[in-house]
Design a protein around this ligand. Structure first.
Ligand code: CA
Ligand code: CA
Ligand code: CA
Length: 138
């Protein structure tokens, strides 16, 4: 076998393998919901309450810029409507502590899970309730 023949054979093999590699990648990565991709840490394709709370806690810390341990309307950046804020804020100081924020996450999670199986799939996340929850997670 000459060197140039080997080179040609290698090139042919590479060219033959390339489309296969591409399609294998496409198969391995089905189009997932972006919220699920970001929040689904156990990679089962759905979001459970623990995953939602972990993501929400991380987002709370990210949004909480002035380090007063609460999120005010400015820090919330429209994630919670005035009406929802009032309901989620029992001490009525116009801001949410992390506990209040996570309680709101839990309420929105339950609202987004009408089949009550404790997980949210891509379809449930596309509903208005699912989208309202997603706003608190990322
Ligand atoms: Ca999961
Ligand atoms: Ca704050
Ligand atoms: Ca469900």
């Amino acid at each position: 076998m000459t060197a140039s023949f080997r080179k040609a054979a290698l090139l042919t093999a590479l060219l033959a393998a390339a489309p296969l590699a591409l399609s294998a990648q496409a198969l391995a990565k089905p189009k997932t919901d972006r919220t699920i991709a970001a929040v689904d840490t156990d990679s089962d394709g759905t979001i459970d309450l623990a995953e939602a709370k972990a993501a929400a806690g991380a987002l709370f810390d990210k949004l909480e810029k002035d380090r007063d341990s609460t999120l005010d309307t400015k820090e919330l950046q429209g994630r919670v409507s005035r009406k929802d804020l009032k309901q989620a804020d029992p001490d009525n100081d116009g801001t949410l502590t992390k506990d209040e924020y996570l309680t709101l996450v839990e309420a929105r999670f339950k609202a987004a899970d009408p089949d009550n199986d404790g997980t949210l799939d891509a379809k449930e996340l596309r509903t208005p309730a699912g989208r309202a929850l997603a706003r608190l997670l990322k």
